[in-house]
Each structure stands twice: as structure tokens, then as C-alpha cells.
Design a protein. Structure first.
Length: 415
């Protein structure tokens, strides 16, 4: 399938200076932001700290929560509203508290501080009662067995365990984790005696802690180091492969272009304030492979055209090769870009950084294949000449004609 019915004749190498200016502007903006801020905005995976996911029955009062956290001595915490496709996600917030101190105790204290500030802000706590939205199936069954609201006697353990399982399932599935009123359990169905026992022993908090993620600072530092090493190993392996498959100049150009893609993407992360997490590293590695694949397609077409266009200058052959693969580039990159763009726009806050890396990566990676990698090979050829490891069109024609002449002059017995 091709987009263009007629041959495209775009002088890509003649526009190299525009590509270089665009790359230079993006690099300067990103690196300047990076230097000004001191570092990238690392997520919980790399920086260490406590992340608490909180769900509400209705729209969360973000401003009130932020004010309550500040009053509770957690002014350094960050709160973000989650906006996703599911209705339940629309009523969730993520609260991030940077790591303070060392050890598990400090991390557990961070979680307790966040939950305590939320309860002080939103209320709902009652002395001597448990939070039903935070209780477990075993704890609920233990309370029901002790109170025995159904008067089942000493052998009612299994019955109350089953009832507790039904109540917790209703809370997590039907009420989406947040019970607002115990009368909701009439749909289970639960008898008035059971509901009365729940009211006597529990209270319904206006929020529920859905998940807690805790990462220590040493683990975060190790993950940062490993992420850098993984990216460098990937680049090194690709350099070796392309140098073996084509020429080392092609491999160096492709690796420099991919390194250019990664630096620009991270610079935009710093400029726009996106967090770098483990999922973002996965997106960057995907970008590395995607950009490298596009460069290899162009290099392979250049190698084919070197045999067919022996008398043409190398820059003309490169232009022709890029134009011949342009339909393929637009189809593959365009469709992939549309997919990740939808993910970025509608995937919610949790996937925002990951999808942003893919959106930027596909754009920059596609552009760098013909705007950076190919011009680097042409520049090397012009600087070092035909004998620099690249068999240009004119050199290929000379070698081919020399081989044919030697073949005609050789004795018949030696052919």
C-alpha cells in the first residue's frame, strides 16, 4: 500500500540545516530547563517516598484536601486528580509524599500522616469504632462472630465469614470501595440486625485508601542507575549490530540519532514538568527500538540503491532512498502516532507520562531517521571521501567497471 501514486522528489539533504536548527532549539530548551531545575522530575520509582491512592464516593474536594495536608504539616506533598475513562477513576486522587528519614518506619509514618491529615480534614472518625471502608474481610467476620446479630450461636463462624465476604464484595464492587451509608447493605440483602451491628462497631469514612506504594531512597537510586545502564546497553548492542550488518558509519549515525531522540524527549519532560518513572523508561526503550528500526529501513534502501545508481552522487542516492520509503514511514508512524495520541488524551493521569513519552518519541524518532541519521552519513562521506568506509554511487560504479574490465582481460582458463 502506498500513499503517493507518483514518485516523490524531495531534496531532504538540501534541508539538513533546517533539521539541525530544529534539533538544536529543542536540545537547548530541554537541557536549559534540565540544568535550571537541577534534575528531572523523578517519580516514586526513582525518588523514594509514599504514594497513596484515595477514592471518594463523589467528586473529591481537591482544594480542601490540599489545604488540609498543608495544615497537617505535609505542605511538601503533591496531590493530583486522576481523570480516566472509568467513572470510578474520576473520583480518585493521588497523594505523593517525598521520603523523609531512613528505614521502613519513616515510610510507614508517611502513610499514617497522609491518612491522618485526610481524616482531620474530612472528618468521619468516631471513637471506639473502625472505618468500614478500611476494614478487611477477616476483621469484619471477627466483629460479626463476636456480636452474633443473627443469634446463630457458637457454630456460626462459617456463616458470618460468608456474610463478611458478601459485604466486602458489595463495598468493593458495587459501591466502588466507598460505603456512604450502611443502609446500602439492604441490597446484599442484610438483615436490620446485621446493619445495626455494623453501625455500632463501624463508621463510614467519606473516602477509602485504594492503594499505597512505598519506595525507599536506596531502591530509587539503584533503579535510576539501572535505567541508565539498560538504555546504554541497548544503544551499544544496536551499534554493534548495524556496524556488522552495514558499515560502522551507519551504526554510529543511527546511535547518535537515537541518543538525540532520548535527550530531546527527556528535555521536554523537564520543560513541561512530567515525571520520569519506570513506565517512562519502558517508553524510552520502545522509542529507541522504533527510531532505530526506521533508520535501518532507510539504510537498507540506500544499500540497494548504491548498486542500482552507481553513477549518482551519494547525497542523491540518500534522497532517493528516503523518498522511496516515505509512504511506509507515513503509514507506520502515522497510525502508531494516532494510537498513542488517543492514549495520551484519554488514558488518564496514571498513563499521562508514559503516553507523552511515546507521542514525543514517535515524532522525534521518525524525524531523526531522515533528518539526523541520514545527513550524518552523507556528511561523513563528504568529509572523508569515497574511501571512508562508505561505498558511494560513483565509487561503486568505478569498482564495478574496473571489475568488468579485469574480467574481459583475464585469460579464459582463469575465468
Amino acid at each position: 500500500m502506498e500513499i503517493f501514486r507518483h514518485d516523490v522528489n524531495i531534496d531532504w539533504m538540501g534541508k539538513t540545516k533546517y533539521f539541525l536548527v530544529l534539533s538544536l532549539v529543542l536540545l537547548v530548551l530541554g537541557v536549559s530547563s534540565w540544568i535550571r531545575k537541577g534534575s528531572l522530575e523523578y517519580g516514586i520509582d526513582f525518588k523514594g517516598g509514599t504514594v497513596v491512592y484515595v477514592r471518594f464516593a463523589s467528586e473529591p474536594p481537591v482544594d480542601q484536601l490540599r489545604q488540609g495536608l498543608t495544615q497537617g504539616g505535609l505542605g511538601q506533598s503533591v496531590i493530583q486528580r486522576i481523570s480516566g475513562l472509568a467513572d470510578a477513576d474520576a473520583n480518585e486522587v493521588v497523594i505523593y509524599l517525598p521520603q523523609e528519614g531512613e528505614g521502613t518506619e519513616a515510610l510507614d509514618a508517611g502513610k499514617a500522616a497522609i491518612v491522618g491529615a485526610l481524616r482531620a480534614t474530612l472528618g468521619g472518625g468516631e471513637a471506639g469504632k473502625q472505618d468500614f471502608n478500611a476494614t478487611t474481610e477477616a476483621a469484619l467476620a471477627e466483629v460479626l462472630v463476636r456480636r452474633d446479630p443473627l443469634a446463630l450461636g457458637a457454630d456460626a463462624g462459617d456463616r458470618y465469614t460468608q456474610l463478611a465476604r458478601q459485604l466486602i464484595a458489595f463495598r468493593d464492587r458495587d459501591a466502588r470501595g466507598v460505603i456512604q451509608n450502611f443502609d446500602q447493605f439492604q441490597a446484599v440483602p442484610a438483615t436490620p440486625a446485621v446493619i445495626a451491628a455494623l453501625r455500632e462497631n463501624f463508621y463510614a469514612s467519606p473516602f477509602a485508601v485504594v492503594n499505597v506504594e512505598i519506595v525507599g531512597p536506596k531502591v530509587g537510586a539503584d533503579l535510576r542507575r539501572q535505567a541508565v545502564l539498560v538504555t546504554l546497553y541497548a544503544l551499544g548492542g544496536m551499534l554493534i549490530y548495524i556496524a556488522f550488518r552495514f558499515e560502522w558509519v551507519y551504526g554510529a549515525a543511527a546511535v547518535l540519532a537515537v541518543f538525540h531522540d532520548v535527550v530531546i524527549t527527556l528535555g521536554l519532560f523537564s520543560l513541561l514538568g512530567f515525571e520520569v518513572s519506570l513506565t517512562v523508561i519502558a517508553a524510552l526503550l520502545t522509542l529507541v527500538g522504533y527510531s532505530m528500526n526506521d533508520s535501518i529501513v532507510i539504510f537498507d534502501r540506500i544499500r540497494e540503491n548504491l548498486r542500482l545508481m552507481r553513477r549518482e552522487p551519494f547525497a542523491v542516492i540518500v534522497n532517493r532512498s528516503i523518498n522511496q520509503t516515505l509512504s511506509r514511514t507515513i503509514l507506520t508512524s502515522g497510525l502508531t502516532f494516532l494510537t498513542v495520541l488517543v492514549l495520551f488524551l484519554m488514558g488518564g493521569q496514571v498513563l499521562r507520562s508514559f503516553s507523552f513519552a511515546l507521542v514525543v518519541g514517535i515524532l522525534i524518532g521518525t524525524y531523526s531517521s531522515f533528518g539526523i541519521a541520514a545527513p550524518l552519513v552523507v556528511a561523513w562521506s563528504r568529509w572523508r571521501g569515497p574511501g571512508a568506509g562508505i561505498v558511494t554511487g560513483s565509487a561503486a560504479g568505478t569498482k564495478a567497471r574496473a571489475g568488468e574490465s579485469q574480467s574481459r582481460l583475464a585469460p579464459a582458463g582463469r575465468r
